[in-house]
Design a protein around this ligand. Structure first.
Ligand code: ADP
Ligand code: ZN
Ligand code: ZN
Length: 758
């Protein structure tokens, strides 16, 4: 114990503590370490009764301490990466806003590199592991097992060696595989998976409209203070070109730039474009990099070799110095919200970093989120518009195909008469088409005609989806949540009747039907099954990029797929797009359903007629008068927003409030109910009359089951609080979480602010 007078004290977060114990602890700094121990340094400290040596992050240094006796820091952990001032601040920011532990925040900000010593990253892959659908949402006992799952949620796949470096044992990996949470396969990993040869492409001059947008944004970029702007431009208006010109400006004045995209494999063009311009000055960070590749990229960034970082969500943490701009392309995409702990929104992180660096946060979209557009309208963001397509390209003609007319003719096929005849026209002219179907698989569900039984997953409260091999009669029933599979039964499992009914359709059925209707057409299908080949009964194992490349090279006439085909692709020869079932997007049970449907439909339509040939879009629906659909078919965001925002205001929904979602989960249903009731009671006590938090304007809704109540035998209940996410409100949630985690071991509780689904 140190003498109090001459001492220096360090406030630290000890790593790997449970949430309830995760707070700042004070230690004294021994004389020989004064100067070496700084905020951001990783140190070793004695912890708890046994005084076990633990790693900790120093967050503050001070000359005094409120306690009489404190233990001394043992040593500086020299083999660990330390955090700089900005990253340290960011960790506190993340902890405060997402209610994670400080350790989780450090891992998020600094990546797994703080765990893995550099030497181990040189290892070469032999077996690699990836997560199953079940593993995505599962939580398991044991911090190492949980971390294995978390690492694999972040990285598409990791090798055994890499996982072992994170502390995993072969036994734990085998167990997780046996539990169906991981899959193991043999693959080769390339250290520089994104190294390609690029011929620098020639720069094109900006159009007058683009130049105007650029000028307005450039003055935001040049301002010597943090700014935020929204570049709202219709599909094909050339937003990417404007962004590129802004990057040039930032880089020419010695500042660096982060460009974020929703998903790398779906935006190879944007990535290629930037790579071709900036060559070796660019680093690409995406989720399927191995820790080794990530480590290398980080080192290049830290050494100052790199001016431009392109990547997905987590690239927002790229350790660039002197940031000038952070761009979020397609800012409305839900992938910008982290779906695992810590559940941060990339926009908040970008805002934080922009403030630190006095940089510009630039959001770009053809269909901005209401939240962003509202901010742009109410002038906290600068709003810049691009209202016309570049060059000769015109917006496509939209045909709303009323499926009720087909039904009247007893045509129950998936591809109706109008869409069929448009596809035929395109085949005749040798022009390409894209069709969007919202689900994968063959049929959505199988039910019994006699007793009504729907065949559902034994582990989850969802129906099983039928998957079929091409040209095969038999099928496999699959759960899209836990990967459970079983052969299609011949009889109803409950009444033994042989009359089974197949309802709903996915990409496989649409593909089969297309092949029957257009036997000569070359069809490419793209969905989660065609990329992973994981389901075993699939014929294709292409990856996204290969499929997109083949389509671009005219190796197919029709590209058919899920959401993946709707993203920002730029195929000049596509003149027809079809939305096979618009209704599935329009009628979802979420307050943002219409916002998303509008965005989706606009995106799909935006894929057609992007070059000189005019395009058409066919929207199949049973509700041709739906307002959202009509606005989307005119690509009229302004009117759509104008009408929808009024409703939001009247209902006091975001952006006029925030939602805090508390999810309780457990494999024991009784304990889950008891805990839910207790939490509900406690919450009402705190915010109710006379309660400690009665002064915050919060409304608590009654507890309800999660939309999918049971996933992989874990039951889930929800509490929703409508509030303003202020400091006081954060204290309240933090208090609830702390009390809860101390009390319950068999029920877990997590908080998600403004969740993607509610
Ligand atoms: P957005 O991202 O707004 O949908 P893009 O940036 O993909 O639009 O541009 C649409 C198409 O127009 C692309 O093929 C792009 O190469 C082309 N384009 C846009 N602006 C220019 C320009 N100034 N010079 C040459 N081609 C351009
Ligand atoms: Zn039956
Ligand atoms: Zn299941």
């Amino acid at each position: 114990m140190t003498d109090k007078k001459s001492a220096v004290y360090a406030g630290v977060y000890v790593l790997e503590l449970p949430l309830a114990a995760d707070r700042i602890y004070d230690y004294s700094v021994p004389e020989h370490l004064v100067g070496q121990v700084r905020p951001g340094t990783i140190v070793k400290v004695p912890f708890s009764r046994g005084n076990h040596s633990r790693l900790a992050v120093v967050v503050r240094i001070s000359p005094c301490c409120e306690y009489d006796k404190v233990k001394p820091v043992l040593a500086v952990a020299t083999d660990r990466v330390s955090l700089d001032e900005e990253m340290l601040g960011l960790c506190s920011f993340i902890k405060e806003r997402t209610f994670c532990t400080f350790t989780d925040a450090v891992h998020t900000v600094a990546g797994p590199v703080d765990k893995i010593a550099a030497g181990k990253l040189r290892a070469v892959a032999e077996y690699s592991y990836s997560i199953t659908e079940a593993g995505r949402s599962a939580s398991v006992r044991g911090s190492v097992r949980q971390r294995i799952l978390e690492c694999l949620r972040e990285h598409t796949s990791l090798t055994k060696t890499e996982l072992k470096a994170c502390g995993a044992s072969s036994k734990q990996l085998d167990e997780l595989c046996n539990a169906g949470l991981l899959t193991c396969h043999k693959t080769e990993l390339f250290r520089n998976s994104y190294e390609r040869s690029f011929a620098p492409s020639q720069a094109n001059a900006l159009s007058p409209a683009q130049q105007q947008a650029f000028d307005e944004l450039a003055s935001e970029l040049d301002a010597d203070e943090a700014r935020a702007a929204l570049l709202y431009g219709i599909t094909g208006s050339g937003k990417t070109r404007v962004i590129k010109a802004l990057i040039d400006r930032a880089v020419s004045t010695g500042r660096s730039v982060i460009v974020l995209v929703p998903e790398i494999s779906l935006t190879p063009q944007t990535v290629d474009l930037f790579c071709s311009f900036y060559g070796t000055r660019v680093a690409v960070l995406h989720s399927s990099l191995s820790p080794a590749e990530r480590f290398d990229a980080r080192r290049r960034i830290e050494s100052g070799e790199v001016d431009v970082v392109i990547g997905t969500r987590s690239a927002v943490f790229a350790p660039l110095k002197n940031l000038g701009m952070i761009v979020l392309d397609e800012e409305q995409e839900h992938t910008y919200k982290s779906d695992m702990s810590p559940k941060y929104h990339t926009k908040d992180i970008a805002r934080y970093r922009a403030a630190y660096h006095k940089a510009l946060m630039l959001l770009s979209s053809a269909t901005p989120s209401f939240e962003s557009f509202y901010k742009a309208e109410s002038s906290s963001y600068k709003l810049v518009r691009l209202t016309e397509r570049y060059g000769e390209a015109k917006l496509p003609e939209v045909i709303v195909a009323d499926r009720r007319l087909d039904s009247a003719e007893a045509d129950m096929s998936v591809i109706g008469s109008v869409l069929s005849s448009e596809i035929q026209k395109n085949l005749d002219k040798n022009e390409q088409s894209i069709l969007f179907v919202n689900r994968r698989g063959y049929n959505n569900f199988v039910s019994c005609v006699m007793c009504g039984e729907v065949i559902s997953c034994p582990n989850c409260s969802v129906s099983l989806t039928l998957h079929k091999k091409k040209n095969s009669k038999s099928g496999m029933l699959m759960c899209h949540y836990c990967n459970h599979r079983e052969p299609l039964p011949e009889k109803c499992p409950s009444c033994q009747s042989t009359h089974l009914n197949f309802k709903g359709f996915g990409t496989q059925l649409a593909e089969t039907e297309l092949a029957e209707k257009f036997p000569k057409a070359r069809i490419l299908r793209m969905d989660a099954d065609t990329v992973s080949g994981r389901s075993g009964n699939e014929d294709t194992t292409f990856n996204h990029e290969q499929i997109l490349k083949d389509f671009r090279e005219h190796k197919a006439d029709i590209l058919l797929g899920t959401q993946m085909v709707t993203k920002g692709h730029d195929f000049p020869d596509v003149t027809l797009v079809g939305i096979v079932n618009a209704d599935s997007a329009l009628y979802l049970d979420d307050y943002r359903a219409t916002e998303r449907a509008f965005s989706l439909i606009t995106q799909v339509i935006g894929r057609a007629g992007r070059a000189s040939k005019p395009g058409r879009a066919v929207i199949q629906t049973y509700n041709p008068d739906n307002e959202t659909l009509l606005y989307a078919s005119k690509q009229d965001y302004d009117s759509f927003y104008g009408s929808a925002i009024k409703l939001r205001r009247a209902l006091v929904f975001p952006p006029f409030c925030d939602f805090a979602l508390l999810t309780l989960s457990s494999d024991k249903e009784n304990e889950l109910f008891a805990a839910t009731n207790e939490l509900d009671k406690r919450l009402r006590e705190l915010i109710g009359k006379g309660g400690e938090y009665s002064n915050i304007a919060a409304t608590a809704f009654r507890p309800i089951e999660a939309p999918v109540y049971k996933v992989n035998n874990i039951y889930r209940m929800r509490l929703v609080i409508k509030c303003r996410f202020t400091k006081r409100c954060r204290e309240l949630i933090s208090l609830l979480l702390n009390e809860f985690t101390q009390k319950y071991t068999s029920v877990s509780l997590s908080a998600d602010i403004n969740p993607t689904n509610i």
